[in-house]
Design a protein. Sequence first.
Length: 416
Amino acid sequence: MPLSGFERRHGELYCEGASLSAIAEKADTPTYVYSGTTILDNYRSYAAALSTLPHEIHYAVKANSSLGILALLAREGAGFDIVSGGELFRVLQAGGDPARVVFSGVGKTRQELVYALEQGTGWFNCESEAELRLLAELASDAGAAPSVALRVNPNVDAQTHPYIATGLSAHKFGIDIAEAERIYRRADEFAPLRLEGVSCHIGSQIFNTQAFFDALDLVLALIERLRDDGANITQLDLGGGLGVAYKPSDTTPVIADYASRLAALLQGRGLKLTLEPGRSIVGQAGVLLTRVLYRKPAATKTFIVVDAAMNDLLRPALYQAHHEIVPVIDRQRPNLRADVVGPVCESGDFLAKDRDMPDVQPGELLAAATAGAYGFVLASNYNARPRAAEVLVEGDRWRIIRDRESLDDLIRGERT
Ligand code: LLP
């Protein structure tokens, strides 16, 4: 199964030392469950492989921004990649160091930039000349001199789902390399900003790491030209994007291989490397626990109706994403052709479609695998459904890091 930190004991699925049935008994369903050890192991794989190189690992908060997860990584020494003032607020609440935060994103508002400067955000990846100009003005007002990189768009095809590829010139992200080069040559115009980095992020869920190295070649060539021209470029941010397995048959890049190859290529170049991994840190560390409500036979298949829906896990509906769905208690039984669907009133509300599923019965628990990244963060209150609870497991111990929403939470801030 494409999960790490989870195993079967006598047929029952455990997250580390905690039984998922016991968790569901106390925390109810739907509930996201994460393996803290797996998250730390993945983070440490990056750190160990890059240890010979000056580097920063900025966990991409968007993948899973729950305070319990951010605090776990902050304690381990991670920096953070954020794309909104809200994500910065979360990082600060979780004990993250603002000096080790990089603020990325194509549409930062004036308000967000002011807040980020006030909080001492160390790094900004800018995506347009207009944004750079605004940041320079605001930094000057605030008496700040943050480090800045231009996010360049290398026009490299990441060969991933079109919604999560970002490195082609057809995408809204980054600045064309030639254009960026012209801006770097006018760096003085943007004082007090220190234009000392180049950043690049070509997409997410990437299996073919060659795309990263193609982008790296183009970025290194740019840095060389800028340095020849007297620019002091000392930082390189290569973004996130490493893919993880969703299907048992997926062969995915290994964090240590990718990061050690980067370390080898960048040795002795006088550059500090930043990576912004999200999915490869938390993706396989999480499941969404759900309970079967009903079975509904239809002409060509059976509908297995569960208590989790597209508002809890949007990826199948939005990206046609595959998540393995397994019973928490495994027992011998026949398979059937089924759709696993939620209670939301849309035909796009499914967790699995036309899947060979074990013949599960109402009341049974299922786990949707590889749900640690872009799971809870994409959850909504659609159909006025309270959002799920979240549990973090560390060894034999587990705790609720987010309460299930109540009916009162659903109407917070509203008036008739
Ligand atoms: N840095 C930047 C600038 C990004 O835009 C992203 C992801 C990352 C880092 C982290 O990428 P990762 O290591 O997680 O691949 N909701 C989609 C994924 C959206 C990715 C957006 N950007 C999904 O569920 O597949």
